[in-house]
Design a protein around this ligand. Structure first.
Ligand SMILES: CC(=O)N[C@H]1[C@@H](OP(=O)(O)OP(=O)(O)OC[C@H]2O[C@@H](n3ccc(=O)[nH]c3=O)[C@H](O)[C@@H]2O)O[C@H](CO)[C@@H](O)[C@@H]1O
Ligand SMILES: C=C(OP(=O)(O)O)C(=O)O
Length: 440
């Protein structure tokens, strides 16, 4: 990953008040961009967030031969008349999760591809075994190399399969969707993930001519069609950014209206926010968030949708450092998603990590050998400190910690945050944060 363009200096203890506009969802827009590879026709994506991740994916598409034309600063038209090369450079290995999702479209367009191994935030091992098993069941022949995967398919292309995912993986569900829409026959994905971003991808695919139905018990049925056409689509608003600003409003004792936020997308988050002591209002423009009472602890377990999402865990933990009592957070999706706690403790937080598994069928970590639970004892005043961001969502946790801390915190590793948050410094400044960007 490239280096930081700047670091932030944040002086805390100011309530944030005002309005910010939510960007299009990082975890939707990138998949919509991949979907455009499924057709020779132009596709238009509007409401494109200005985040580094979009630039990375557009770079990958340009390498593959996609024509990219900006209609305005938020709308991009993509046309892949021909695949110039069906393989992506190994230089993209580890950069993000997206190349693996290009396998199906590239197999349909070119019959073979070599893609770099995906990376993304270092929050666990993040294997791709479900992706590869699903594609093998659809007839793909796969060779794994240390930094890449080569895949080819017979001349008659991918065929439908009945796939039961061992776990409702977001990426594997998207991969199989993108592979099955043009495959021969009817594919069934059981135990599929049904996150709102996946529904958004399905809506774009449906516009393109795909036949996809989401049935009860997280079963997705895809009737393959011979050809897809172009479409125009706008990604749904980023529900992680919404929750991040909501938590920041409550933690600083201010009030932030998030323009474009949709209640349905954050309904589970809102219940927890309210249990902690936050409140929300549906406004004519979105959702407004504020603190309603003294903060109190909650137990939280992350889960697949419609559960409490793992990407909402970090802002809540910072909020809970200000609640009176002990909160327990059980992370069931990733084995290493509390890496940020140590630096919060150095600022004065009281977070103890534990291998304790709270059980529940959601948890992936039956062996109990990862520190995937946290006990947060609050309230603890926080002192400013130097903070080095280790991953995207931890990045917002550090922003929040700096916003409530006494003094000025200097934050590095901002490239991780800016991969997924649009102009975080500008948006925070617009609601009253004392945040300076210092070029490096
Ligand atoms: C770009 C994107 O959309 N990223 C999101 C996506 O990541 P991503 O799609 O990578 O996450 P998955 O849902 O696939 O991963 C969930 C769990 O399944 C495991 N797993 C997954 C695939 C596989 O083949 N084998 C396997 O064991 C992973 O290691 C992880 O423990 O969903 C996650 C869960 O909501 C979010 O935190 C990420 O922000
Ligand atoms: C984990 C995340 O991203 P990625 O899957 O792209 O690493 C995230 O958005 O929180």
């Amino acid at each position: 990953m490239s280096s930081d363009r700047h670091r932030y200096a944040i002086t805390g203890r100011r309530p944030l008040s005002g309005a910010v506009e939510v960007a299009g969802a990082k975890n939707a827009v990138t998949k919509l961009l991949v979907a455009t590879l499924l057709t020779e026709d132009p596709c238009t994506i509007s409401g494109v967030p200005k985040i580094a991740e979009v630039g990375i994916v557009l770079g990958m598409l340009a390498d593959l031969g996609t024509g990219i034309e900006w209609v305005d600063d938020r709308t991009v038209r993509l046309t892949t008349r021909h695949i110039a090369t069906a393989s992506l450079s190994e230089a993209y290995s580890g950069v993000n999760r997206i190349p693996i999702l290009m396998m199906g479209p590239l197999l349909h367009r070119a019959g073979e591809t070599t893609i770099p191994l995906p990376g993304g935030c270092r929050i666990g091992k993040r294997p791709i075994d479900f992706h590869l098993a699903g594609l093998r069941a659809m007839g793909a022949q796969i060779t794994e190399q240390p930094r890449s995967v080569s895949v080819k398919v017979a001349a008659d292309g991918l065929r439908a399969a009945h796939i039961t995912l061992p776990y409702p993986s977001v990426g594997a569900t998207e991969n199989l969707l993108l592979s099955a829409v043009l495959a021969r026959g009817t594919t069934i994905i059981d135990n599929a993930a049904v996150e709102p971003e996946i529904m958004d991808l399905i809506l774009m695919l449906q516009q393109m001519g795909a036949l996809v139905s989401v049935e009860v018990d997280r079963r997705i049925v895809i009737e393959g069609v011979p050809r897809l056409r172009g479409a125009s689509h706008r990604p749904l608003p980023d529900r992680i950014e919404v929750a991040s600003f909501a938590a920041a409003a409550v933690a600083t004792g201010g009030r932030i209206e998030v323009i474009g936020a949709v209640q349905e997308h954050v309904a589970t988050f809102l219940n927890y926010l309210r249990k902690v002591g936050g409140e929300f209002e549906v406004t004519s423009r979105g959702l407004a968030f504020y603190q309603a009472r003294e903060l109190t602890p909650v137990p939280v377990q992350t889960d697949v949708h419609p559960g409490y999402m793992t990407d909402w865990q970090q802002p809540l933990v910072v909020l809970l450092t200000q609640a009176s009592g002990a909160s327990v957070i059980h992370e069931t999706v990733y084995e290493n998603r509390f890496g940020y706690a140590e630096q919060l403790n150095a600022m004065g937080a009281g977070i103890a990590l534990s291998t304790a598994c709270l059980g529940g069928k959601a948890c992936r970590f039956a062996l109990r050998d990862f520190q995937h639970s946290a006990v947060v004892i609050g309230p603890t005043p926080l002192r400013a400190g130097p903070l080095e961001i280790p991953d995207l969502r931890a990045g917002f946790a550090y922003i929040m910690a700096a916003l409530i801390a006494d003094g000025t915190s200097v934050i590095t590793g901002t490239r991780y945050l800016e991969r997924g948050y649009e102009d975080p410094a500008g948006k925070l400044r617009s609601v009253g944060a004392a945040i300076e960007t210092i070029p490096v």
